[in-house]
Ligand binder design. Structure first.
Ligand SMILES: Cc1ncc(C[n+]2csc(CCOP(=O)(O)OP(=O)(O)O)c2C)c(N)n1
Ligand SMILES: [Mg+2]
Length: 334
């Protein structure tokens, strides 16, 4: 068995990539980073209630996989979901307004951080129960198989969720029925305050698929190009009718588990080292600069553009009213 992979361990050769693609990945990752920083600030100011799980540090995973996706492909994830929404093209305004509980939000201000959906972008949430989205993701893939199209579902879950029984029940059915689902394990090394080393006996999570005959691989989840290359391989297998595929993304979250995490289970130095040595946005920035694809000034103007998008989203959210009290009686099963 392969040794446990640390975040940032290379697993794929760098694929050829165009200047426009690099600029797009840079923009998309930066949008997530700046949006999440703003969400953290608004939470601190009391403008966001309930739970709020930031995605900062993990941006290359969704941006790389969205680069491997096609129109009509589906995605479903956990509560750490704002990055997934932005990466699949959902509007920053609607996401921010939902975080702040406003009428203009994706769930009319009644869902909050963990409960947003977009039929248009094929984004199926946003799930607060750890692992619950895994069988649902296989169900989405079953629907596509039943309809006879060649769509693929990306089903994201964490290293903590990967120890749940329902994940393995799902693996069994997905392989048995040959479902077009890419299981994406976002191994950010921690489940709340519990490190993978403390919770997990087997050295790599993707290899557990072998018990069901499911192929997979570990990927440097801090490298958007490696993520995209692995995503393309997985998606091609699914579209060719070869059944499910597991991608274990070795990544890292810089912030606490949620906004109320005192982070006593790891050192500041550990986080600092990851930020300095493996940051996914810095990596693309370097490629853009050293490849002479962009100048410092070009990147500064992209930064400005992204800040404006996030500020507009914040203004939109603040100006959007809270839902009317009568909304308490709508959109419910009763
Ligand atoms: C069934 C269930 N058990 C426990 C919790 C509380 N809980 C929320 S997140 C979490 C950790 C999950 O970690 P991981 O799967 O690694 O995802 P990450 O938060 O790192 O993205 C736990 C135990 C929950 N929401 N649902
Ligand atoms: Mg985790």
């Amino acid at each position: 068995m392969a040794a446990r992979k640390t975040p940032g361990t290379a697993s794929n050769a760098t694929p050829n990539v165009s200047k426009d693609d690099l600029l797009k990945y840079y923009r998309d990752m930066l949008l997530i980073r700046r949006f999440e920083e703003k969400a953290g600030q608004l939470y601190g100011m009391g403008l966001i209630g309930g739970f709020c799980h930031l995605y900062i540090g993990q941006e290359a995973v969704v941006v790389g996989l969205e680069a491997a996706a096609e129109e009509g492909d589906k995605r479903i994830t956990s509560y750490r979901d704002h990055g997934h929404m932005l990466a699949c093209g959902m509007d920053a305004k609607g996401v921010m307004a939902e975080l702040t509980g406003r009428e203009g939000g994706y769930s009319k201000g009644k869902g909050g951080s963990m409960h947003m959906f977009s039929r248009e972008k094929h984004f199926y949430g946003g799930h607060g129960i750890v692992g619950a989205q895994v069988p649902l993701g296989a169900g989405l893939a079953l629907a596509d198989k039943y309809m006879g199209n060649d769509r693929v579902t990306f089903t994201y879950f964490g290293d903590g969720a990967a120890n749940q029984g329902q994940v393995y029940e799902t693996y069994n059915m997905a392989q048995l029925w040959n479902l077009p689902v890419v299981f994406v394990i976002e191994n950010n090394q921690y489940a709340m305050g519990t490190s993978v080393a403390r919770s997990t006996k087997s050295p790599s999570l993707w290899e557990r698929g072998a018990a069901y005959g499911i192929r997979g691989e570990a990927v440097d989840g801090m490298d958007v190009l490696a993520v995209k290359a692995a995503g393309e391989k997985a998606v091609a297998a699914c579209r060719a009718g070869e059944g499910p595929y597991i991608l274990e993304m070795n990544t890292y979250r810089y912030r606490g588990h949620s906004m109320s995490d005192p982070a006593k289970y790891r050192t500041r130095e550990e986080v600092q080292k990851m930020r300095e040595e493996k940051d996914p946005i810095e990596r693309v920035r370097e490629l853009l600069l050293t490849g002479n694809h962009a100048t410092d000034d070009d990147l500064k103007s992209i930064d400005k553009e992204i800040k404006a998008v996030v500020n507009d989203a914040t203004e939109f959210a603040k100006e959007s009213p809270e839902p009317d009290l009568s909304e308490l009686w709508t959109d419910i099963y009763a």
